[in-house]
Design a protein around this ligand. Structure first.
Ligand SMILES: [Zn+2]
Length: 197
């Protein structure tokens, strides 16, 4: 789906799902079009894994750190989707130019500071940008989204990509009008109530 829905090409990006005291994650360096169930790697929450059973994605550390820091995170989708990545290369957050920005959990979608992929430093930056959020951009890299199940996490990543495209398009006409903090608070509380119904 990362390939067919144009979220990430060939083997970039990665997906994981929490399971018991760890998580299943896509493997390192394999094309998604040829992935089999047996290729999916299990990583314990302490970061250990059985190398004989496969090597997890080189970016497994930020998946581990999100599961350790966010109790509600049950699945994570990380993608180098074109429009989210384009904004991330400007190290810009996405402001509330549209109320759907609230889908990520707050007033805006933050952009995590750059650090080399696969490092703990990048993990730290991502955790910071995910404070009170379920999705963020990652500078000069891409985007990441988590949810309480895999299909919802995937949907959120698709939504972040869609919002990114709308934001870039809107910028072509000049500076878009931004919604107020008050209005976004209304939208956020509406979204919460909607989920409860
Ligand atoms: Zn990546």
């Amino acid at each position: 789906m990362l390939n067919s829905r144009k979220l990430s090409s060939l083997r970039s990006g990665n997906i994981s799902a929490r399971y018991k005291e760890g998580f299943f994650i896509t493997p390192s360096g394999k094309k998604y079009s040829s992935l089999k169930n047996k290729d999916i790697v299990f990583v314990n929450l302490d970061g250990s894994f059985d190398k004989k059973k496969g090597i997890p994605s080189s970016e497994w550390k930020f998946h581990q750190d999100i599961y350790l820091n966010k109790k509600k995170a049950k699945a994570i989708v990380h993608a180098h989707s074109t429009n989210a990545t384009a904004i991330s290369t400007h190290k810009k957050r996405i402001p509330p130019f549209h109320y759907m920005v609230a889908m990520a959990g707050g007033y805006d979608i933050k952009c995590a500071k750059y650090a080399t992929y696969g490092t703990r430093d990048l993990s730290k930056n991502i955790i910071k940008a995910l404070k009170n959020r379920k999705a963020c951009l990652i500078a000069n890299h891409g985007q990441i989204a988590f949810e309480n199940n895999l299909s919802k996490a995937f949907e959120l990543a698709e939504e972040v990509e869609n919002i990114s495209l709308q934001y870039i398009t809107s910028l072509k006409l000049g500076k878009p009008k931004i919604l107020s903090l008050n209005e976004m608070k209304k939208v956020l509380s509406k979204a919460k109530n909607y989920k409860r119904e």
